[in-house]
Design a protein around this ligand. Structure first.
Ligand SMILES: [Zn+2]
Length: 153
């Protein structure tokens, strides 16, 4: 399939043959900041103003906006997070469980399509500095349970 569609194609939203090829900067908001992103070629409908992007472009737009926000806010990159995670010997879902977030979110951080919030960023940096904070065996002690627990005092 040709992408973007040629000028004069029919708009999937309003049905008018008013599709144009646009290269205007795209606005994308990340962490409350709006960025103008150049370099995208996409379709817009001159009749209803709907804009059309390929799925790959949507990821590219998110990555570009997140990169701009990351530079401004001083957050870890997706590559940084993957390096920290692998250094801790954790899978994405194990790190997600440690942070109390979904495995899908960790995957999106590492792909660069979602920017980690300030708290997650700080925690990941703490884990990088202090890898001993991770319980690698994922063993959890439930205090006060079991007949063999020695009594203290
Ligand atoms: Zn339209």
């Amino acid at each position: 399939m040709e992408w973007p569609k040629p000028a004069g194609s029919v708009c999937a939203s309003c049905g008018e043959p008013e599709i144009v090829v646009a290269t205007d900067p795209i606005e994308q908001t990340v962490a409350g900041r709006t960025y103008q992103l150049d370099g995208f070629k996409y379709n817009r409908c001159a009749a209803c103003a709907e804009e059309y992007f390929s799925a790959g472009q949507l990821d590219d737009i998110l990555r570009a906006a997140n990169a701009a926000a990351r530079a401004e806010l001083g957050r870890l990159s997706g590559d940084d997070i993957a390096v920290i995670r692998r250094g801790l010997g954790l899978t994405q879902s194990q790190l997600a469980a440690r942070l109390g977030v979904s495995g899908g979110l960790v995957a999106r951080w590492e792909r660069g399509t979602v920017l980690p919030n300030a708290m997650a960023d700080r925690y990941l940096r703490d884990l990088r500095m202090h890898p001993e904070l991770v319980d690698k065996g994922e063993l959890v002690v439930r205090e006060g349970r079991g007949p063999y627990r020695p009594r203290s005092g």
